[in-house]
Ligand binder design. Sequence first.
Ligand SMILES: [Fe+2]
Length: 414
Amino acid sequence: MSLTLALGGLVGGLAGLQLYQAGRQRADRSLFYLGRSLAEERALSRAAGVDLARFAVLAQRVVWGVLQPDLIRVDVAAASQRLCTELPDFFGSHLVAAFAERAHGRPDAADQALGRARALLAARPAEDPFAYVMPTPAEWASEPPSPHLEEIVPDQIWRVSAYYTHGLCPFHEFAYATLIRRPSGQLILINPVDMPPELHARVAQLGPVSHLVIPLKFHNLFIAGAQRAFPAAQTIGVAGHRKNPPSAHLHLDAVLDDRAPLFPGELEQLQLGGHQFEETVFFHPATSTLILHDLLFGSQPGVPGYSFWWRLYCFVFGVHDGFAIPSYQPMLWTNVLALRHSVARMLAWRPERALVAHAPAAALATGAHQRLERACAWITQLGPADYAVLVGAYFRQQPGFLRDLLRYLVRQGL
Ligand SMILES: [Fe+2]
């Protein structure tokens, strides 16, 4: 009995020590700018003239409350007012409020809030590091850029852009599809998007599309349209598409499985384990190109091609001046050891170029490996205790998200 007690005490003590060490490490890491230190977050806060952690806590509820009303039960008007009352001198508070007003069909109130954001920015003594988030007049008028086909690597890789509205978001979301020409001449279309007839005709001139690959659970808006546009192509999804209500009714010819690679020797594939997204990333060795979708987000001042909505979303979820994991993602991880193993394998490809679904190709056209390391190598150091402390700290700041996550998991059948 005493031996059992002693062993139990030892195990408990070791676990406590691990949590203590993880807590100390966490204390040095930013919770809202993942991959950055707390010192970096504080420097950014000083440059912006606001406590960015507090801004994130308040603004995240507003933005997700608008975008995910089925999941996030929040009084958006009250949350928005609280943001502007607590942080009245930060332009970002009023910009987020303007977004919420537009989403709820109050354009005059939205214009007023945007005007306050502009006035606060104009009164800043120095250029605000987040000034690039502000919408252009065309973006504020919800005028989408024209979709286009872009050749990334001559005769081998192309991308097609798409701008679309979805749900209550009053501004255009954007994403890219990637086309890869196989040695056989057939085309693989990864992450299909809607294409107007002229782009569809241009794609058809490049070759026959043999495969539509939907690389993660949540990119399901355009599957049915792509199947109609390319009826001869096989559709390859992920296992989660068959359970997720928006895609459960769609026909899939197969699901991605690392044990049976789709294109051995041509295109390597790797499912990111331990993540609700069920994302598979791809590596095209002939061109040293990594293709990924939602693991990482990018937002960069001076790099055109990010939509206003995207810049705002990244602003609120801690992605700034580069690529990073948005701050809500860790709560969607299901097995940190599996994820860190996957991320390490992905980084081991050492890609020269990366094509990210919600970023222009120019963002990571060269030297991608080093910038991906900066964005997500920290995950490869994360143990279960670190993860528990990280997510626990996030939920302490955002207790409502814990309730929302549980509701989501119940809906997904856990
Ligand atoms: Fe996405």
